[in-house]
Design a protein around this ligand. Structure first.
Ligand SMILES: Nc1ncnc2c1ncn2[C@@H]1O[C@H](COP(=O)(O)OP(=O)(O)O)[C@@H](O)[C@H]1O
Ligand SMILES: [Mg+2]
Length: 234
């Protein structure tokens, strides 16, 4: 479904991504884990067209994403929940969700999807008239995910959804990610929280300073001594 091949990305003279290849198949949760500064966000930004690549290729359903504008990438079926959420603080919860469906014209289905988001996130429904900036961190993360779902994507890219959340909320957010995946959504999940990210994923890639240093079955990686020492604090 999504294929990244030998991707290289630079900031000025600094190469942040040094030839990365990865793949996400339909129906999977694939996790990309690595420490702060490893290049996780840069990869997502390059996939979604926010950052230019130096070389390599990124394809979604055989479309060349490196030659596609960001808004067109959304209409190909890719939604991005950015690091730090970036919700519209001055708009209500409901208006934020509506912004997520801006590329769509199917009014009845948009409404149905909004009701589905409210069903999945009862707290957003209760607060639908509230300004998004007044939500708690966990609620803002739910809103960011809900807004992404409103574009009716085939693949969801999540950048550190657990960042800044209490352990209980982290658990809740990961439950939601699992449910969304079970309802048929493909997920590429970027996380510093390796333990949670590996526990929900089918496969994972470990990133260190712009390179993939390990990849494989997520459950096996949870048991791997090297991974446990470096990323799971064991
Ligand atoms: N806008 C930028 N300008 C210059 N360097 C950047 C910029 N954004 C990220 N970098 C550098 O690129 C590397 C990867 O960063 P990033 O993709 O944000 O990592 P991660 O998301 O894994 O924490 C880091 O060395 C970071 O300092
Ligand atoms: Mg990041």
């Amino acid at each position: 479904m999504l294929k990244v091949n030998d991707l290289k990305v630079c900031y000025g003279a600094i190469q942040a991504i040094k030839g990365i290849s990865l793949e996400v198949n339909e129906g999977e949760i694939v996790s990309l884990i690595g420490a702060n500064g490893a290049g996780k966000t840069t990869i997502l930004h390059t996939i979604t067209g926010l950052k230019k690549a130096e070389s390599g290729s990124v394809t979604l359903f055989d479309h060349n994403l490196l030659a596609t504008q960001p808004h067109k990438i959304v209409s190909l079926g890719m939604a991005h929940v950015p690091e730090g959420r970036h919700i519209f603080a001055q708009l209500t919860v409901e208006e934020n969700l509506e912004m997520g469906s801006y590329i769509r014209k199917d009014k009845a289905e948009i409404e149905a999807d909004k009701q589905q988001v409210f069903q999945r996130f009862p707290r957003l429904k209760e607060r639908r008239k509230q300004l998004a900036g007044t939500l708690s961190g966990g609620e803002q993360q739910m809103l960011a995910i809900g807004r992404a779902l409103m574009s009716n994507p085939k693949i969801l890219l999540l950048d550190e959804p657990s960042m800044g959340l209490s352990p209980l909320l982290v658990k809740e957010i990961f439950e939601i990610i699992k449910e969304v995946n079970q309802s048929g959504m493909t997920v590429l999940l970027v996380e510093q929280n390796a333990k949670m990210a590996l526990s929900v994923a089918s496969r994972a890639y470990v990133l260190e300073t712009g390179k993939v240093v390990m990849q494989g079955n997520a459950q096996e990686m949870l048991q791997n001594d090297q991974v446990r020492k470096a990323y799971l604090g064991a």
